[in-house]
Structures are given as C-alpha cells and as structure tokens.
Design a protein around this ligand. Sequence first.
Ligand code: SF4
Length: 95
Amino acid sequence: MSVITHADWTIDAKCRGMEDALFPEASEQKRVRQLCMGCPVRMNCLSEALDNRIEWGVWGGMTERERRQLLRQRPDVSSWADLLMGGQRSVERAA
Ligand code: SF4
C-alpha cells in the first residue's frame, strides 16, 4: 500500500485529462457531476474547493451553487479537509 499526499491527489482523479468537462453550462452540471460518483479522491477534491472557495465548475460531485449553499449553511467550518477527511489529507491506495 502506498499513500497519496494532499499535493498529488489529482493523480487518481477520475476526470484526469478531461478537466474542461467539469466546467459546463449550468444545465449540464448535474449530468457532469455523475462522473464524480465513485471517484477515489472525491473528498480531497470537494474539500479543496470548499476550503479555497473555488466558485466555478463541478468539484467533488457538487456544483458551484451547491457549494455556495453548503458554505452559507456551515460558516462554522474552518477546515473542510478536517471535517470531510478527519484531518487526513491523503488517500491510501493499493500498490
Ligand atoms: S470528484 Fe469529480 S471533479 Fe473531483 S477529481 Fe473526482 S471526478 Fe474530478
């Protein structure tokens, strides 16, 4: 088993190489985010977007609108990485 660090979680991204598809028009966002379901780094991706207030595109299976709503609902969260991954910023994977 090896460990992927926070910095290189994108190596296992299900969308690797097709990032343009993650910035669709609003009507397409819900369809595109289906790609994220089952992605092994989904929580890394989502926490990155939430912690950095990334406003565009689909990250971690959530549209920009959904992320804005979540951020409004939970202003108390100082670290989404800590909340979603228990402070673990790495992904264990079979070698
Ligand atoms: S969760 Fe979605 S947007 Fe994030 S890396 Fe995985 S496939 Fe890409």
